[in-house]
Design a binder for this molecule. Sequence first.
Ligand code: E4P
Length: 218
Amino acid sequence: MKFFIDTANLEQIHKAQALGILDGVTTNPSLIAKEGVKGKNEIFKHYKAICDIVSGPVSAEVFATDYDGMIREGEELYQIDPAKITIKLPCTEDGIRAVKYFSDKGYRTNCTLIFTVGQALLAAKAGATYCSPFIGRLDDIGEDGIQLIAQIVETYSYYGFGTQVLAASIRHTNHILRCIEVGADVATCPLKAILGLVEHPLTTKGLEIFCKAADSMK
Ligand code: E4P
């Protein structure tokens, strides 16, 4: 399973990249706004800074909600770094049309705000590189986000779609572990959730014992 980091924070992206296990980055308008960047120039510079840190794909979401606007913005975003930028488009009628337009051009796309298998199927038929089902937001309303990931993985495999299931809206480490179990292609995670994978009390305790033994031999 690939690991993406779900943030626009440069410090956190640097930290995750330094771990040596980072495969890419996802952002959205809320995450960009959180960094305090404003205006097209500043926002584009920020995306460029992210692309310069990582070696993998960087999802940049269009702000437009109409087809023509999405095409215009998507084209501009892609030019920031054609080797890395993935155009992130919402799963709406106009968004699916835009996914099809960009996938026909050979651009990477990420179809976002996916909450049903039907939406995931449309994203795949339009040729999306990634489809982003939101686990946490489904869990928040009493539904089962992981079950949706499992259903989409099974559906894509049944029909042989190449679209990758990018599990999004991950809130904690256990979500990542469950994504591994159900075969998500990618998990995009907050840094804290990724670092949670490293920790185990027996690792900490075992290391203390080894360190004492090492000290006794100095
Ligand atoms: C990433 O692609 C999504 O935009 C993000 O994971 C949404 O997460 P949230 O539900 O925690 O806002």
